[in-house]
Design a protein around this ligand. Structure first.
Ligand SMILES: Cc1cc2nc3c(=O)[nH]c(=O)nc-3n(C[C@H](O)[C@H](O)[C@H](O)COP(=O)(O)OP(=O)(O)OC[C@H]3O[C@@H](n4cnc5c(N)ncnc54)[C@H](O)[C@@H]3O)c2cc1C
Length: 359
């Protein structure tokens, strides 16, 4: 089978990988360069933020994907020599107002969680802000260096003769009928295949609007990057709406904003101040750390963060894997597997019903 995948973010790359590994021919079509949009801009936390607050369909994908990440990162290292730095450093939640819900969810999901008394908090994490009243620690939560993950996926795919990537190719129209699917590019080229999978992130609804209306809208997120010494920040920490993420080389990301500003990817002074204050309210030593960079990305926002993964109801041979909102990096291995299972007629690893594009 020949499949066109539209969009070279984490969802497009992993969907392509699933299909290529299953023996199919894949052409990935990307408007810019592969792995430069939201999947690059994200923090790489391999968990939904406050995971207990999400609906079961998000948890189901997240739990499956979390267990798949170690094997994926090992396979990519073996195939490409690129270490995606999957770092299971754990996540500390400061002063969450719903700790009781978190403990109940963790018990139900068999997720390890520790309730941290204030005295223990400062003994174990002496650098935490001094005014914290209570905390929870989830030691199993990991993060991945997402730009390296994208690079490794790109390199691994290019080793397959069944795979082709076309960059700088803006898809302007998609259609399918009973015998074929077609993708038209803005420069007039037409590509044909047996199936098309739309993985265009925040742009998916715009692209599919002529054939089916889908509630996916861009939600801007801004992020800052600081530099400490390696190991100085030992784990990820979430407080209120913000979090800090350590990389193994001492870089620290602080995110993020949630802004409904359409497809505008600017960064703002307001966000710069908000993120800096947030960083210092979590880990005060960041006051001395140089700010390296600030950037933004457009998340594919969807209702309750539940993505669309499956066939379009209004167009044959056209599929979608998009709308993962704040959790596209963690959910990606499960999203891609679920899409491939449906497209290839295999028994799905997760019940696909909650992710269908009805209407
Ligand atoms: C600040 C921030 C922090 C985040 N932190 C995390 C986190 O810690 N953990 C987590 O799990 N998630 C996180 N996310 C969310 C995550 O990044 C996204 O959910 C995920 O990257 C979406 O992946 P995607 O492949 O669907 O979209 P994208 O990565 O945006 O890729 C879509 C691709 O489609 C291409 N495209 C669009 N239109 C067309 C067209 N017409 N023709 C051809 N190509 C097209 C685009 O150029 C792009 O390359 C964060 C996001 C942001 C912005």
């Amino acid at each position: 089978m020949r499949v066109l995948v539209v969009g070279g973010g984490i969802n497009g790359l992993l969907t392509a990988r699933e299909l290529v590994l299953a023996g199919h021919e894949v052409v990935l079509v990307e408007r810019g360069e592969v792995g430069q949009e939201s999947s690059w801009a994200g923090g790489g936390i391999i968990s939904p933020l406050y995971p207990w607050r999400y609906a079961p369909p998000v948890t189901a994908l997240a739990r499956w994907a979390q267990s798949a990440y170690p094997a994926l990162s090992q396979a990519l290292l073996a195939e490409t020599g690129i270490d995606v730095e999957l770092n299971t450093c754990g996540m500390l939640f400061l002063d969450a107002h719903d700790e009781r819900d978190a403990l109940a969810w963790a018990q139900q999901q068999s997720v390890p969680v520790e309730r941290i008394a204030p005295a223990d908090l400062y003994q174990r994490w002496p650098g935490v802000a001094a005014d914290v009243k209570h905390a929870l620690f989830m030691p199993h939560v990991a993060n991945v260096r997402n730009p390296r993950l994208l690079k490794a996926l790109n390199v691994a795919l290019q080793q397959h003769t069944r795979y082709q990537v076309i960059t700088q190719a803006d898809v302007s129209h998609i259609e399918g009928d009973t015998s074929q699917a077609r993708v038209k590019l803005a420069d007039g080229r037409v590509l044909e295949a047996d199936q098309v999978v739309v993985c265009a992130g925040a742009w998916s609804a715009l692209l599919l609007a002529p054939i089916q209306s889908l509630p996916i809208a861009p939600v801007r997120g801004q992020m800052q990057l600081y530099k400490l010494s390696p190991g100085q920040l030992p784990c990820m920490i979430q407080r209120g709406a913000h979090y800090v993420i350590p990389r193994l080389d001492g870089h620290v990301l602080c995110g993020s904003t949630l802004e409904h500003v359409g497809f505008d990817k600017s960064t703002t002074e307001h966000a710069a101040q908000t993120l800096r204050q947030a960083a210092l309210s979590i880990w005060p030593a960041l006051a001395q750390a140089p700010l390296i960079q600030q950037w933004s990305g457009l998340r594919p926002g969807s209702a309750n963060g539940i993505p669309f993964i499956g066939a379009l109801s209004k167009q044959p041979r056209v599929w979608i894997n998009a709308g993962q909102f704040r959790n596209g990096l963690v959910l990606a291995p499960a999203s891609a597997r679920l899409l491939a299972d449906q497209l290839l007629g295999r028994t799905p690893v997760i019940d696909p019903a909650p992710y269908q594009s009805l209407g």
